[in-house]
Design a protein around this ligand. Structure first.
Ligand SMILES: Nc1ncnc2c1ncn2[C@@H]1O[C@H](COP(=O)(O)OP(=O)(O)O)[C@@H](O)[C@H]1O
Ligand SMILES: [Mg+2]
Ligand SMILES: [Zn+2]
Length: 296
């Protein structure tokens, strides 16, 4: 019998209770999606935030968990401020971005946003476990998890804590980014995490003046790599400078539709994710078929 199973051992008992709590929490969450990439700056956090917003817009109850402990950016992108609250039982209350989208990020535990977090692997693992076990997530259709670049402590902790998480891998079209994607895919194979698919971000530049698309960083590398590696291609999102401004202002474009093609691209990508999860399209999927032009 290992120490973790020994009823005499207080530490073992605590560990057992924590694990039971994690299982109970995960049992209330439909699909868990880990957004990951080999490189920084490819738009992982943006993809995670827009996917979560879009899923919520479809009528799903969504949790967005930011486990990029050293470079959290989700609260800024969504314009969320302040530390989050606790229940009388000392459980964390996520930020309610809306009725259907609740957000947890390490940044909301820091008094000062610019504090540098210096933690080693085991501490990070403990924090990530607590973000599952000690947060009032309630019943969720989707939990979207934003992770730091690469295949380090954080994605590994997620794999260990959330064994049925599926990976959504983000890349940009150029070959240098695609080389890192292959590493992410191989990581998933090694730890036996299902890959839901690959999305190509910054795929073509959309001119904010005339909405014309130019292949700035190239185009199509994501689909090609997905094909070569035998994984599903979830779609591409164009580069739109309005998205940068929206991220800096904490006002995501989906909330402020101004005709950017990125909005319909995010919707197509989200539909693909939902379909790949084997989820029946919710009633609000109708939103996608109501075209203001032809009213169909
Ligand atoms: N499709 C896009 N079009 C324009 N800007 C984007 C797009 N995706 C991401 N960005 C911008 O690129 C920067 C890095 O994105 P971010 O999501 O923080 O990347 P990562 O999490 O991979 O480091 C941010 O300023 C963000 O607004
Ligand atoms: Mg990020
Ligand atoms: Zn133009």
């Amino acid at each position: 019998m290992s120490s973790s199973e020994n009823p005499q051992c207080g530490h073992g008992r605590q560990q057992g209770e924590d694990n039971a709590r994690i299982r109970e929490q995960l049992g209330r969450i439909g699909h868990k999606l880990l957004v990951m990439s080999g490189k920084g700056g490819v738009g992982k956090s943006s993809v995670a935030a827009y996917l979560a917003l879009s899923l919520a817009k479809l009528g799903n109850r969504v949790g967005l968990l930011d486990v990029d402990l050293h470079g959290p950016s989700i609260p800024r992108m969504l314009g969320l401020e302040g530390v989050f609250g606790f229940t009388p039982e000392k459980r964390m209350l996520p930020h309610a971005y809306s009725d259907r989208l609740h957000v947890i990020s390490i940044e909301c535990l820091l008094e000062d946003r610019d504090t540098a977090v210096i933690w080693r692997g085991p501490v990070k693992h403990g924090v990530i476990q607590q973000f599952i076990s000690d947060v009032e997530w309630g019943d969720l259709d989707f939990l979207v998890i934003d992770s730091p670049p690469g295949t380090g402590d954080e994605p590994l902790s997620i794999v260990q804590t959330v064994p049925d998480a599926k990976a959504v891998i983000v890349t940009t079209p150029q070959e240098i980014a695609l080389a890192d994607v292959r590493k992410s895919i191989n990581f998933c194979k090694q730890v036996r995490m299902e890959v839901l698919g690959l999305v190509e971000n910054m795929s073509g530049f959309i001119c904010p003046h005339c909405n014309t698309e130019t292949p700035l960083l190239g185009k199509g590398g994501g689909a090609r790599t997905a094909n070569q590696m035998g994984i599903h291609f979830l779609g591409s999102l164009p580069f739109d400078p309005r998205m940068v401004l929206a991220g800096d202002a904490g006002k995501p474009l989906l909330e402020n539709p101004d005709g950017s093609p990125i909005i319909s691209a995010v919707e197509r990508f989200t539909t693909e994710v939902v379909t790949r999860c084997g989820k029946a399209p919710g009633p609000s999927l109708k939103m996608f078929s109501s075209c203001p032009g032809c009213a169909s």
